[in-house]
Design a protein around this ligand. Structure first.
Ligand code: DHB
Ligand code: FE
Length: 266
């Protein structure tokens, strides 16, 4: 009584992996090297690091699966904010913070503080979506998320914001900076074997939820970032690139970005 969908997935997976081994005439030694890479990924993974996910990401698999999932769920809706992968650094326990407050509690000297704001609306009707929650998270200027970095306090550069009656949210963050993904494991080894770089373009993660709407996992990318055209995990989409503009008259931030989000009803 295996569910039919599971049977379909397993049948196809086995067919394709046999076709792959046949195509390259894979030898026993080569196959064992692959097994060792998978074991190494498992040994490196823990609640703070998901190396198997990272291996999938550098070959574009998470982005492909995200596109398949989100496109299937929202095919008929135009003008919808595009999705992008969750990535390995999300935490489920984001603290709710007040709109207009900061997520940066250990602001490094080289950081560029920024103000980010916008509205969440219904993609079809344009109706503002009050009480939507927006989880945001980003790496610091050293390229590390708070859980990878003993120098940052718990939950630094993370927060959950709730939209007001007009669907508005706002917070202070850092203008994001590009950084390399961890290169000391099998994902790094794969990138080296392919002569690829390790960099992700500057980005901020967003996870938006609103009652009666499909949840949106996405990222915004700094339009001026050099790595925009070759993200090592293939998450960039044109419509997710944003322009950070100089902000005047605000001692808290010298940059600002407006980002409006549209959701599809579920
Ligand atoms: C990956 C995603 C991220 O957002 C990030 O900061 C690092 C790595 C990834 O998909 O592997
Ligand atoms: Fe990230």
């Amino acid at each position: 009584n295996t569910p039919p969908r599971l049977r379909e997935i397993m049948d196809s997976f086995i067919r394709h992996i046999h076709a792959f081994a046949n195509e390259v005439q894979l030898t026993s030694d080569e196959w064992l090297l692959g097994v060792e890479m998978i074991n190494w990924a498992g040994q490196m993974s823990n609640e703070k690091r998901n190396e198997s996910q990272l291996m999938c990401d550098v070959i574009g698999l998470e982005t492909l699966v995200d596109d398949i999932t989100y496109t299937a769920a929202t095919k008929s809706v135009n003008g919808l904010t595009a999705s992008a992968i969750l990535g390995p650094f999300y935490r489920h326990d984001h603290p709710v913070r007040k709109n207009g407050t900061t997520i940066s509690f250990n602001t490094p000297k080289d950081a560029k503080p920024a103000f980010m704001y916008g509205r969440v609306t219904d993609a079809v009707t344009g109706k503002p979506l009050a009480n939507s929650s927006i989880d945001v998270w980003q790496a610091s200027t050293n390229g590390l998320y708070e859980q990878q970095d003993p120098e940052q306090e718990d939950l630094n550069l993370r927060g959950r914001f709730i939209t007001d009656a007009e669907g508005r949210y706002s917070y202070y963050c850092l203008r994001p900076t590009p950084y390399p993904i961890p290169e000391d494991g099998p994902a790094g080894k794969m990138l080296r074997m392919m002569d690829r770089h390790f960099y992700r373009p500057a980005h901020i993660h967003l996870y938006v939820r609103s009652e009666g709407y499909k949840p949106l996992v996405t990222q915004i990318f700094d339009k001026d970032c050099t790595y925009l055209g070759n993200d090592t995990v293939f998450a960039v989409k044109d419509e997710l690139s944003v322009e950070f503009k100089p902000r005047t008259g605000d001692p808290e931030a010298s940059w600002e970005v407006e980002y409006n989000i549209t959701l599809a009803s579920s």
